[in-house]
Design a protein around this ligand. Structure first.
Ligand SMILES: Cc1ncc(COP(=O)(O)O)c(C=O)c1O
Length: 503
């Protein structure tokens, strides 16, 4: 498209008014340009007109255009170079590709043809993984849960540390890495967990994986057989649920109350092989498991020979009170496998996490890790070890904690009015998301759709249910929403919720 036609096209898009009524002008321009890129009206490398000329042609202020361009630039849709103006980026951000969200139940098996093979050609497990989701495809938006604020990441330091490793890499750094991970990183993690998370361990117990998803998969393969029972929290983190289902395990939902996972007599009657739990900050409801529940779970698991998978995915972001100790740190019988991730503190694409396994499992898990996953990434592991040892990790955590604490406070304030119409906003002292609990009769999927119409992506809590009981609510991530806009977004969302509950 030539300059003139770009502005004509934008003018038509803006006039057609397919935007939510309260969407600000800069956001409309941003969306319109993104649409032009999506529909290939603007192809990679295409030059955009200057903000000055577009402002004139669209009869908008230059600041509006600057804000739209800034966002496109920050998110990687366009690149700007002095002398050659602003162009559509050659490589578009991954989030641009419509992604699948989950939380979905896909219990339906695919139909079979006469050969006994299902018509999709997939295995049963393949059909679970690729099955229809009851959630629409999404793009990253301010309240999308699970998204981090990458703008605060110390890119220069990270680049320097990576470059240092690449300057003269040892041959072993380019191999798969078969020793359970790079030893200095395992030492750094062991020190960090001992100090910050009261985990009881020696370095031999630490294995580096490609993240929690892979840690759970490894545990499922090494510790269970097809059909074994596994307790999961209800509602449950969909990523864990998927991996457990695909491993052919029988998922047994255990309710969650204000003290965390709450097994009752009917649960106790059928002991599981595995118990998957998020005790520090239940995902998605956000409660911390009480001391009594921790003791109960540990004693029960020890007496029945069950393994507990403790997913400690975001405890770096505790904003109030003293840090909670880990379940693993209270365990006397060696039944807890503790899992952590660098997805939240660093960035998800780093694909690094860790498991701390009981001493007697360490060697066998190391072999299993190598046989099943060939983890690799040793250069990145070495850079990460330096990042932790040189203090950048703790500085970065402190910085993020400040940023996210403020965002959480602003969002809670903006959402407060929803409590006047029957919604509940439980206190949340940690993590990267809030939950607004809605009355049982409320259709939370519909409320999430109404929010999406205002450009705000939130997830319905009911999609995280396992089994019959479906709690209603909205899961709202606040890490990705910028501090200066979060109050505005929060108020729009509060209006949506209030309107939905008042009808
Ligand atoms: C409960 C829970 N565990 C773990 C993770 C991170 O997993 P991974 O290390 O596979 O990125 C997430 C990410 O959103 C999560 O919500």
């Amino acid at each position: 498209m030539e300059s003139l036609t770009i502005s004509e096209w934008l003018l038509t898009e803006l006039k057609q008014g397919r935007f939510p009524p309260r969407m600000p002008s800069h956001r409309r321009v941003y969306e319109a340009i993104r649409r032009a890129i999506a529909t290939q009206h603007l192809t990679p490398g295409a030059r955009l007109p200057s903000t000055r000329s577009l402002a004139e042609e669209l009869s908008l202020s230059r600041n509006t255009l600057l804000a739209a361009f800034e966002q496109l630039h920050e998110e990687g849709y366009v690149v700007s170079r002095i002398g050659s103006g602003t162009r559509v980026a050659a490589t578009l951000p991954e989030s641009f590709v419509p992604m699948r969200a989950s939380g979905a139940t896909t219990d339906a098996e695919p139909p079979m043809n006469t050969s006994g093979r299902n018509t999709s050609g997939l295995s049963k497990r393949g059909a679970i993984v690729a099955g229809p989701s009851d959630q629409p495809s999404y793009e990253v938006q301010p309240f999308t849960p699970g998204e981090d604020d990458f703008s605060a990441f110390p890119t220069q330091i990270w680049r320097r540390l990576l470059n240092r490793q690449w300057r003269d890499p040892q041959p072993a750094f380019l191999d798969y890495g078969h020793a359970g991970g790079h030893l200095p990183l395992r030492h750094a993690i062991a020190n960090y967990l001992r100090m910050s998370r009261t985990v009881n361990l020696t370095v031999e117990q630490v294995l580096i994986t490609s993240g929690t998803q892979q840690s759970i998969d490894l545990c499922a393969r090494m510790l269970t057989d097809y059909g074994d029972r596994v307790w999961v929290e209800n509602p449950c983190y969909w990523g864990a649920r998927r991996v457990l289902e695909v491993n052919g395990l029988s998922l047994h939902p255990v309710p969650v109350d204000d003290e965390g996972m709450a097994p009752g007599n009917t649960d106790f009657r059928n002991p599981p092989r595995l118990i998957y739990t998020t005790p520090s900050h239940q995902y998605p409801k956000g409660v911390a498991m009480s001391y009594g529940r921790r003791r109960l779970l540990l004693d029960y698991a020890a007496s029945r020979g069950a393994w507990i998978l403790e997913d400690d995915y975001d405890s770096e972001f505790r904003f109030e009170g003293r840090p909670l100790s880990s379940l693993q740190g209270m365990d006397q019988s060696g039944c807890v496998l503790y899992m952590g991730t660098f997805s939240k503190v660093m960035y998800p694409g780093i694909k690094l996490g860790y498991i701390v396994v009981p001493p007697e499992l360490a060697e066998r898990f190391k072999r299993g890790l190598y046989e099943l996953q060939r983890p690799g990434q040793v250069v990145i592991q070495a850079a990460l070890a330096d990042f932790i040892e040189e203090g950048h990790f703790s500085t970065h955590i402190r910085r993020l904690r400040q940023i996210y604490k403020e965002r959480r406070y602003l969002l809670q304030k903006a959402l407060a009015p929803v409590t006047n119409v029957g919604a509940r906003l439980p206190p949340a002292g940690s993590g990267l998301h809030l939950v607004v609990e809605l009355p049982a009769a409320c259709d939370d999927v519909r409320v999430a759709e109404l929010a999406a119409e205002q450009g705000l992506r939130v997830y319905p809590l009911s999609h995280y249910s396992v089994g019959e009981k479906r709690e209603k609510g909205l899961i709202i991530g606040y890490a990705y929403a910028s501090t200066d806009r979060i109050t505005t977004y929060g108020r729009i969302l509060a209006d949506v919720i209030q309107a939905a509950l008042s009808n």
